[in-house]
Design a protein around this ligand. Structure first.
Ligand code: SF4
Length: 73
């Protein structure tokens, strides 16, 4: 397993504001009803700051960033 982070979305909570899809179109999309669709559950480290900002900005708290524990092999 690689250290890093993963993203999850709770489609039941999403209110379709669309902020995440606007900010990160390679990670988030919206379906025909505006509900978030997660395109990439493991974005690269270079996107972590932006994904964390999307998590913070989501008005429904529907985005969660799961930071992986660093495992010393
Ligand atoms: S920002 Fe939050 S509420 Fe808006 S589309 Fe994304 S997950 Fe849904």
């Amino acid at each position: 397993m690689t250290a890093g982070y993963r993203v999850s979305v709770d489609r039941d909570r999403c209110c379709g504001a669309g902020l995440c899809a606007d900010a990160l179109p390679t990670v988030f999309d919206q379906d025909d009803e505006g509900v978030v669709v997660l395109l990439d559950p493991a974005p690269g480290a270079d996107l972590l700051a932006d994904v964390a900002e999307a998590e913070f900005a989501c008005p429904s708290r529907a985005i969660t960033v799961h930071k992986a524990e660093e495992s010393a092999a």
